[in-house]
Write a protein that binds this ligand. Structure first.
Ligand SMILES: [Zn+2]
Length: 286
C-alpha cells in the first residue's frame, strides 16, 4: 500500500528511458487486475479513473473503490483522473487523487491556456501534478484529416510555458481504441520536437494495439507515460467469454477468469514499457 509521488515516478522513467503504464479501472476486478500485475511485475502503476466509469458509478465511488483495492495491495501506485472537465478535476482534488488530467481540448486555444493555468495553480497548491492534452485524438476508425489533429509544436511550447502543466499528452497519430484497419505509423519525429520545445515528459494515450517497435521509439523520443485500456479490456472480456461459453457459470467464476487474463495482459504491457522492476519499493528492498 504505497501511494507514490507521480512526479518522482515520471522523472525516474525519463532518466531510465522507459515509460510508466497508466491503465483504466472499471470495476473491483479490473482494479485488482492492475494492482496484481503491478505486484507481479514490480512495476509502478497509474490507476486511472476514466471517462466511462464516471457516469456509470460516480467519481467518488470509483475513487473509493480504487483506493481500497490499492491500499490492500503492495503495489506502488498513483490514483489519476483521466480526461477530467473542470468540476471533476476540482472534485478529484478534494477526494484525494494524487494526479489529474484536465481536458480543456474543446475550448479555443487561448481559453484552454487560461483555464488550464488556473487548474494548475489550484492543483499545485495541493501538491498535485496536472496532465493536459494538446491536439485532438480521434476514436479508432474515425475518418480524420490528420493535419488538423496533430499536436502543433509551437502551440505546445507556448501552452506548456504559460500553463505550467507537468506532463503533456500529444496527438501524433494515435487513436482512442484499437483501429480495425491498419493504423498509421506514429509521428516519432514530432514527439521529439515537442519534447525538445516543451522540456516536459510526454504522454501517449491510446497505446493499445501499437507495434512494440513504435512504443520503444516513442519512449526514446520523450514519452514517459503510456495510457492503454482497450487491449486490457479485451483480455478481461476473453476470460469472461471463455467461462460462459461452457454454460451458465457463476458470475464470480467468469470475472475471476477475466481478472486472471487481464493480469497477464497488463504484465506484458509493463514489460514492453520497461517499467517492470522499477517500482520504488522494489528497488529499495532489492
Ligand atoms: Zn485519452
Amino acid at each position: 500500500m504505497t501511494q507514490v509521488d507521480p512526479r518522482g515516478l515520471i522523472q525516474d522513467a525519463v532518466s531510465g528511458g522507459y515509460a510508466v503504464g497508466a491503465f483504466n479501472m472499471h470495476s473491483v476486478e479490473t482494479t485488482e487486475a492492475l494492482v496484481r500485475a503491478a505486484e507481479q511485475a514490480s512495476a509502478p502503476v497509474f490507476l486511472q479513473v476514466g471517462r466511462a466509469i464516471v457516469p456509470h458509478l460516480g467519481l467518488a465511488k470509483a475513487y473509493e473503490m480504487t483506493r481500497r483495492v490499492a491500499e490492500e495491495s503492495s503495489a506502488d501506485y498513483v490514483i489519476h483522473l483521466d480526461h477530467g472537465p473542470w468540476d471533476e478535476v476540482l472534485e478529484a482534488i478534494r477526494l484525494g487523487f494524487t494526479s489529474v488530467m484536465y481536458d480543456g481540448a474543446h475550448l479555443p486555444f487561448e481559453e484552454n491556456i487560461r483555464s488550464t493555468r488556473r487548474i494548475v495553480e489550484i492543483a499545485h497548491d495541493f501538491g498535485i501534478p496536472v496532465e493536459a492534452e494538446l491536439g485532438k485524438i480521434p476514436d479508432a476508425d474515425q475518418q480524420v484529416d490528420w493535419s488538423s489533429y496533430y499536436t502543433d509544436v509551437a502551440e505546445a511550447e507556448r501552452f506548456v510555458a504559460e500553463t505550467g502543466v507537468d506532463y503533456l499528452a500529444v496527438s501524433v497519430g494515435i487513436v482512442h481504441g484499437v483501429p480495425l484497419t491498419a493504423p498509421q505509423p506514429l509521428d516519432i519525429e514530432r514527439i521529439g520536437q515537442i519534447k525538445a520545445a516543451t522540456g516536459i515528459p510526454l504522454v501517449l494515450h491510446g497505446a493499445s494495439g501499437l507495434p512494440p517497435d513504435e512504443v520503444r521509439a516513442a519512449m526514446a523520443a520523450g514519452v514517459a507515460k503510456l495510457n492503454a485500456d482497450t487491449d486490457l479490456r479485451h483480455a478481461f472480456r476473453a476470460g469472461i467469454e471463455a467461462v460462459w461459453e461452457q454454460g451458465d457459470r457463476q458470475f464470480e467464476e467468469a470475472v475471476a477468469e477475466g481478472r486472471e487474463r487481464m493480469i497477464a495482459a497488463t504484465v506484458e504491457k509493463m514489460k514492453l514499457y520497461g517499467c517492470a522492476g522499477q517500482a520504488p519499493s522494489a528497488r529499495v528492498s532489492a
